[in-house]
Design a protein around this ligand. Structure first.
Ligand SMILES: CC(C)(COP(=O)(O)OP(=O)(O)OC[C@H]1O[C@@H](n2cnc3c(N)ncnc32)[C@H](O)[C@@H]1OP(=O)(O)O)[C@@H](O)C(=O)NCCC(=O)NCCS
Length: 189
């Protein structure tokens, strides 16, 4: 029969399994704590943060990774934006991805990749045309992100051009896209 000590041991045992899930309101504190630890206090000064501030993530596109105990060990969210305008002058709807982070004690186990793949699949299933992000090309190019489609786009603040990447979910979605990235998602109440 399992003793109290067995339960305590099981609670602290290394957990190697994880699941990808939709974020819920009970995850917010854990997610923010994880982001502070992974990215530091300067994370709120990023240009991407200007786009996220005061907005809700795109419908169905706030995901978390949970360990075997259900604790949040990874997070990714995507945001509705207008990615400049097309050659006919119409705004181009797209998603801005970020932040992506995984708890440092769970790094290198494929959780970041699982979050990215789940996000890309969900965005595709929901009919979105493209995902943009600002991040290390060395990490994101494995998922198909590249800088060529963003060359005529700008973030609303300082950014490094070589880190400004995009993935088209529909071929040609960003053809001719030019201008500034502007938030267009649902506002926080
Ligand atoms: C980046 C991050 C999300 C990756 O999560 P993860 O679960 O460790 O990623 P995975 O296990 O799917 O992939 C690990 C691989 O990515 C590589 N990798 C991680 N960060 C990288 C980076 N910035 N540039 C290039 N490669 C990177 C690792 O070296 C490893 O390579 P390998 O498969 O050849 O061994 C995580 O390290 C993290 O939260 N970092 C701090 C926050 C951050 O930088 N977020 C991204 C903003 S650009």
């Amino acid at each position: 029969m399992a003793t109290v000590l067995d339960s305590v041991r099981a609670f602290f045992a290394p957990v190697t399994t994880y699941t990808i899930d939709t974020e819920n309101s009970a995850d917010v504190v854990a997610r923010e704590t994880l982001l502070d630890r992974a990215m530091g206090p300067d994370r709120r000064r990023k240009s991407s943060e200007k786009i996220r501030r005061g907005r809700l993530p795109a419908e169905g596109l706030a995901l978390v990774a949970r360990d075997g105990h259900g604790h949040v060990v990874g997070t990714v969210r995507l945001w509705n934006v207008e990615a400049g305008i097309a050659m006919d002058g119409a705004p181009i709807e797209a998603l801005l991805l970020g932040p992506l982070a995984v708890d440092s004690s769970f790094e290198g186990k494929g959780i970041g990749a699982a979050l990215m793949r789940a996000a890309i699949m969900e965005a595709t299933n929901r009919g979105h045309g493209a995902i943009l992000l600002v991040g290390d090309a060395a990490y994101y190019e494995r998922f198909g992100f590249a800088a060529d489609k963003t060359r005529h786009l700008v973030m609303p603040g300082p950014f490094e051009r070589k880190r400004f990447l995009a993935l088209e979910l529909k071929a040609g979605w960003l053809d001719g896209a030019a201008g500034m990235i502007v938030a267009c998602g649902r506002k926080l109440a």
